[in-house]
Design a protein around this ligand. Structure first.
Ligand code: PMP
Length: 442
């Protein structure tokens, strides 16, 4: 069990919370007052020596656990050799490109290494627009692809557009299958025949100027509240875009490297995206991201037209290679699938007891708990969700502040090395926190 040794937040944490308020902009996202000092595996230690089990890894994304000894050893060894060599070829960069091609789908045969998920989105958009005659991009409501202008424009999540003036021209948005609250009012995917996909044609007929180029989507929408499309939806979307000759960009920045119980989330479905963006869990902590794709699209840009100062630097590439090696060696993809099933079963049982757990959804070790007033009304309960996360914090369980279109989804995404024992402990803490929050709110 995590050890809480001070009143929370402790004295050193309070000092840094005050300093942060003074010196950092308030635009930084709100989280519980946990000031991190160090972390190992699935356990975080704060600056006062308090311990927390980590459920935040779906965002961070330390898939192999914090400070894995082999990972640390590899990064340290590289730090003594070479940090950066810009566009010159380095062995780690080429080895990483080879590895990504090797472990991804057979039709993807090139990899371009960048630094952040937003960079990867921008690079993919640039490639698509360069290879295709059209330039309009279709994205989905609720999507998050990054905060740079192009990425924010093709996305459509809360707070990403408002107040920032005109978006990049040519971005068209359509409804995503948020089946728990279907935007088209359908009963459910079993009976609706994917009306949202039929509606795509209507959106295009009304908004496009005839210059369609690509479709971009996350496999599941993370920021919108772990929204997972129903089986068959992606296959139909892939067919729809093929019939129109469009490029398909799949944003696997969050969903890859074992997070969903497969190495890549696309393996759950029979689809063939032309470009796949990667980030977060690719290097399990050190900034590293990538676009993998078909050479037909990736080679469309002339030599010298892509690249950045830090993209593909040897240190990041070594971190990514070490992380992938650990995932393979320790069979973390399998662990993610198995532990994810245990968690789903436990939450499904809890749902029978607490109607405030409106929807419980997930794949592997990324789950979303949609907190509602009650089962019948499904009224989003953002305040209750925040109170649960706070009560978790007080008991030694670190969760990301609730997210989603209504701010009422608690994300459960521990590092993929989590053990059955840690799952049991964290679920006990969660249930106690839920009861305490219901007591406070009731
Ligand atoms: N795409 C997805 C699906 C993401 O979840 C994120 C980050 N939350 C990004 C892109 C942007 O990545 P980064 O923050 O590294 O720029």
């Amino acid at each position: 069990m995590p050890r809480i040794v001070t009143e929370l937040p402790g004295p050193r944490a309070r000092e840094y919370l005050e300093k942060s308020q003074q010196y950092e902009p308030r635009s930084i996202g709100y989280q519980e007052p946990l000031v991190w000092e160090k972390a190992s595996g699935c356990v975080i230690t704060d600056v006062d020596g308090n311990e927390f089990i980590d459920w935040c890894s779906g965002v961070l994304v330390t898939n192999v656990g914090h400070c894995h000894p082999y990972y640390v050893e590899q990064v340290k060894a590289q730090a003594e050799k070479l940090f950066n060599c810009y566009d010159f070829i380095s062995t780690p960069r080429v080895d990483l490109a080879e590895k990504l091609v090797e472990i991804s789908a057979p039709h993807l045969d090139k990899a371009f290494i960048v630094t952040t998920g937003s960079d990867a989105t921008e690079a993919a958009l640039r490639m698509a627009r360069r290879v295709h005659e059209g330039w309009e991009i279709i994205g989905f409501h609720g999507a998050f692809h990054g905060r740079t202008l192009g990425a924010a424009s093709v996305g459509a999540s809360l707070g990403v557009h408002e107040g920032y003036g005109p978006l990049v021209p040519g971005c068209i948005h359509a409804p995503f299958p948020y089946c728990y609250r279907c935007p088209l009012g359908c009963e459910g995917p079993e009976s609706c025949g994917f009306q949202c996909l039929e509606y795509l044609d209507w959106v295009v007929s009304q908004e496009s100027c005839g210059e369609l180029c690509a479709v971009i989507s996350e496999p599941y929408q993370g920021g919108a509240g772990s929204i997972i499309p129903p089986p068959g939806w992606f296959e139909q979307l892939d067919q729809w875009r093929r019939e129109r000759g469009l490029i398909f960009i799949l944003d696997e920045v969050q969903s890859s490297f074992g997070r969903t119980g497969k190495m890549f989330c696309m393996e759950h479905w029979d689809i063939q995206p032309d470009l796949v963006t990667l980030g977060k869990g690719l290097a399990s902590g050190v900034p590293c991201a990538a676009v993998i794709g078909t050479s037909e699209v990736m080679d469309a840009l002339p030599p010298g037209s892509m690249g950045s100062t830090f993209g593909g630097n040897p240190l990041s590439c070594v971190a990514a290679l070490a992380s992938i090696e650990i995932i393979e060696r320790e069979r973390l993809v399998e662990n993610s699938a198995r532990m994810g099933r245990l968690m789903m079963e436990a939450f499904a049982a809890m749902q029978q007891e607490y109607e405030q757990l409106g929807d419980v959804r997930g794949m592997g070790l990324v789950l979303g708990l949609e907190i509602v007033e009650d089962e019948a009304s499904k009224q989003p309960a953002a305040g209750l969700a925040a109170a649960i996360v706070h009560q978790c914090y007080l008991r030694g369980l670190a969760c990301i502040h609730p997210i989603g279109m209504f701010g009422n989804v608690i994300r459960v995404a521990p590092p993929l090395v989590i053990t059955e024992e840690q799952i049991g402990e964290s679920l006990d803490i969660f249930e106690a926190a839920l009861q305490a929050a219901l007591g406070d709110n009731g």
